[in-house]
Write a protein that binds this ligand. Sequence first.
Ligand code: F6R
Length: 608
Amino acid sequence: MCGIVGYVGPRQAVDVLLPGLSRLEYRGYDSAGVALVRSDSMDVIKTVGRMADLTGLVGKESPAPAHAGVGHTRWATHGAPNTVNAHPHLDDNGDIVVVHNGIIENWRALKSELAAKGHRFVSDTDTEVIANLLGEMSDLPLVEAVRQVMLRAEGALALAVMRRGEPDVIVGARRGSPLVVGRGDGENFLASDIPAFLEHTREMIVVDDDRVVEVRPDSVRVFDLEGNEIEPEHRKVEWDLEAAEKGGFPTFMLKEINEQPHAIADTLLGRVTGSGRVVLHELEVDEDVLRSIDKVFVVACGTSYHAAMMAKYAIERWTRLPVEIDIASEFRYRDPVLDDRSLVIGISQSGETIDTLAAVRYAKAQGALVIGVTNVVDSALARESDAVLYTRAGPEIGVAATKTFTTQLVAMQLLGLYLAQVRGAMDPARVEMLVGEMMRLPEQVQTAIASGAEIERLARVWGDVRDFFFLGRSGDFPVAMEGALKLKEIAYVRAEGYAAGEMKHGPIALIEKGVVVVGVATDSHVRAKTLSNMEEMKARGATIVLVAEEGDDVGDVADHVIRVPPGPDLICTVTAVVPLQLLAYHVATAKELDVDKPRNLAKTVTVE
Ligand code: F6R
């Protein structure tokens, strides 16, 4: 994530940039900064912390008037959230100023090339590489230099760039990450999202992928990467500010469900090769150490624990290592057997959950290797683990985890395949096949999201249902557990998640007419058994809903079938959970509940 803003025109740039950035804080808030560009000087003011900290600092420094500038609010993906890593970034001559959202996949190669030419870097960011590449092209018009950089940079990115002494032009570029231009009268705006300029104009241009845009007070010109000028499509924003902050969605939760294809693509970015291998250089753990591991433990809470459940199946199946999973708050009290050949993986979207932190601290004290999987760069879990794998979901505002969960599933699948690869536990052709299937997930999740209207219709009918069961086996079991948790926490409906085969050992006594049973049957090697368990529920009067793969013949067991795109076992958990997120969402909104802030819950749980 991250939010970027640019302004050129007659106003004081800070008066546009600071409020604009505040409206983009939902995109990131670990550090922020602005660059103010004048014909004879330039100021860069940045700080770790939130927009309130930046606004205070700008007030204190009281910079000279400037009518152009760029700003940034950061959600760290590269380098810790601190003032040095905060944007804007300069090239080493201090002539180019860049704000950037996204990930430059080939930054290591570009950085080595620039370092060999004598360039110096002060931050840990990939953005500084862009600034220095641009600094090498001072003889070219800025728009041309940015076009050349876009041809070299790989990955998803949006940029806004200015040059010292050129206060009348901002150049933006986009591939993958969002970028829009706001058209004013004698002034123009550039931003990651519309709320940044909505109080000034409703006229806008959406910058398409692989386009470079030159923004001046009186003109906006768009070019493709061959340098041809393109006639942009002008649009009018119809949303009010509140709707715009939610991207036109009624709630953050629905927005975040819809952001999953992008978040999953970001989580995969740069971590798999074209030949289907998994590369996790960022772990920086000696491969011999990974080969010496003889047991794996995964610890987490709530939704993250459901990602741990999937991880157990994946790591055991792919590496043949034994895996135990623990609810983090239970782990250290059961006196687990750990030593220096144990790998403990802590999963926490916030990276601050005290139960999970206590579990990994305990594991470290016993000599285990600890890998943290988290969405927040430099969170306590990231700092205290021996190695970190980040999910790249961007900030999640809705209290119920959605995009952080599906990216945790993807991160754990990557980690499982990586361990299998390093330990030689899996045929490389099978790793390649599974990696190929994972690369299809963003598109498949998009397809699953499209089933929302049908689910909304079902949810309206079930407004008064008191009891839901969610059942699945193997990889479908964690999906069922997550479906039940989502419904409990945002719709306040009693919902039990169970292993489908366990129902006959007691809970089936609760099944009667009026109960809704949601079966998840996407894992092919247990699918037939799940379907017969659903027959048992149907025979006792339950309404049956089935999540099944497109094209799969599920007979007439279900009253309603929700289809998801087919995928290999375990990988397809990512797609299968989406209808259940939507089901919980629509049951809750049909009851007019505040899904973004469910009662009694907090986004980060820092008490035991
Ligand atoms: C449910 C939810 C919680 C969290 C749990 C752990 O939607 O969000 O169950 O999953 O509190 O939080 P993290 O992942 O931050 O450790």
